[in-house]
Write a protein that binds this ligand. Structure first.
Ligand code: SF4
Ligand code: SF4
Length: 445
């Protein structure tokens, strides 16, 4: 039975309430970005092992054709977003500033850009393992977070049974509205993806969790669900980080996923709304993941927009399409303001995890001066994982990594709630992020 859309769950403890700034783009219908001349496709734009090129410089490729195959199980394919020619396979700048191996493609200005795709085998006839392996070819990744290749969640351990399929429509990061537009404009694709996944997993129930600041999305989906469908929409409190997987499970089902366990261990699989729609596209038509829905917003953007952008498009071209940056822009961020990263060069490409391109002026980027910790406890009250952020920050400054491990630093999801809450302007999450990187580095060496 469909749950009444007005029922509101209590949800998870702690968290913060930043201004969502979604009004800039929430009601703007999605536009398709025109093709440009050159595309750069990093081979490591997903979590795990980089993809391996299956093309060579000079080779002609068609839009939708596979250009790199998975490098391992924890990897996925990469497809050409345009018809054109492979120009180089070499080092290119990644959005964060580091260099990584990428395939550069020059678009053919005279080509039709018609898709060259064939549907994969009928998903109904596949075992779950074969379903996962066919999905690996799609290039689809988790679009709400770390870009985990989508097939990984469907390669279940022996004996694991899935009871709940959760569809994450929280989109709790300020400014971002592309998931919102998927739910409003692509309701059928999303529902089709849910049908495929729920059937394949044998999940008894599917639940779409949506923050209450998207009433049109809640209504659009609620209206389309049949009374006999084991699927319901649940409106959620507007609170950051509502879209974190463990927080959403707590909000929707009242369950805690213990540290070290995955949602699947509790019989739950969660997918972002964009990922779910992309999975439907792949199994119904053979469309691989080549276009990304991106919110372009922030005070520095002349014409904010929700865009469908071919992967590999330089950020500079996206900004140009949106009327350029204001003169007082100081920082451009990829992703949301809480978890996104500053873009080191506007020549960096849009990648699979680029949910947003946000431009901020001096007024928003002026860093507060850092003062000593006053032990106010606000960071503890903000942390949804019940960590001790002030202590972690202190230990990170002293490089006391062993001690940090004892107080669960690796449990930190880098949501940034502690930094947001801190009146002393201590860059807590940045300190934790650097410490985690160093701990991982020590482990490898
Ligand atoms: S310590 Fe980590 S998980 Fe906790 S609020 Fe800070 S960034 Fe988020
Ligand atoms: S919020 Fe900032 S000042 Fe307050 S206890 Fe945490 S680190 Fe210290």
């Amino acid at each position: 039975m469909t749950a009444p859309a007005t029922r509101l769950r209590r949800g998870f403890a702690h968290g913060v309430h930043p201004n969502d700034h979604k009004v800039l783009t929430a009601d703007l219908p999605t536009q398709r970005m025109p093709f440009v001349g050159r595309y750069v496709l990093p081979l490591n734009q997903h979590l795990g092992v980089p993809a391996k090129p299956v093309v060579t410089p000079g080779q002609r490729v068609r839009r939708g054709e596979r250009i790199a195959e998975p490098g391992a199980f924890l990897s996925t394919s990469l497809h050409s977003p345009v018809t054109g020619w492979v120009r180089t396979i070499g080092q290119h700048r990644y959005p964060g500033g580091q260099f990584s191996k990428a395939i550069e493609i020059e678009a053919d200005p005279y080509a039709t850009q018609r898709l060259a795709v064939e549907p994969p085998p009928d998903w109904r006839a596949l075992s779950l393992d074969d379903f996962a392996s066919v999905l690996q070819d799609s290039g689809v990744v988790g679009l709400g977070g770390a870009a985990l290749p989508a097939h990984v969640k469907y390669s279940l351990r022996e004996g694991v049974r899935i009871r709940y399929l959760i569809i994450n429509g929280a989109e709790c990061e300020p400014y971002l509205t592309n998931d919102h537009r998927v739910m409003v404009e692509h309701t059928d694709r999303l529902l089709r993806g849910i049908e495929i996944l729920q059937t394949k997993l044998g999940a008894q129930e599917a639940i779409i969790g949506i923050e209450r600041n998207k009433p049109d999305a809640i209504t659009a989906l609620d209206r389309r669900i049949r009374p006999d469908q084991p699927l319901r929409v649940v409106p959620l409190r507007v609170k950051y980080p509502q879209g974190d997987s463990k927080m959403m499970i707590k909000s929707l089902l009242g369950l805690e996923v213990p540290a070290g366990l995955h949602a699947a261990d509790l019989g739950i699989i969660m997918n972002n709304v964009g990922t779910t729609a992309a999975i439907a596209d792949w199994f119904d038509t053979g469309l691989p993941y080549i276009d990304r829905m991106v919110t372009v917003s922030g005070p520095g953007i002349a014409q904010p927009a929700n865009l469908i952008v071919p992967l590999g498009t330089p950020v500079r071209e996206v900004l140009r399409f949106c009327g350029g940056l204001s003169d007082d822009t100081r920082e451009v961020i990829m992703g949301g303001p809480m978890m996104g990263t500053p873009i080191a060069s506007l020549d960096a490409p849009i990648i699979k995890s680029s949910s947003g391109v946000l431009a901020f002026t001096a007024a928003e980027t002026a860093r507060p001066r850092e003062y000593p910790c006053i032990r106010c406890g606000r960071c503890l009250e903000a942390c949804p994982y019940f960590l001790n952020p002030s202590r972690l920050a202190r230990l990170a400054k002293a490089r006391m990594y062993e001690e940090m491990k004892h107080i669960q630093i690796m449990e930190c999801v880098e949501c940034g709630s502690c930094t947001y809450a801190c009146p002393s302007g201590i860059p807590i999450v940045q300190l934790i992020r650097t410490a985690k990187r160093n701990i991982r580095g020590h482990k490898r060496s």
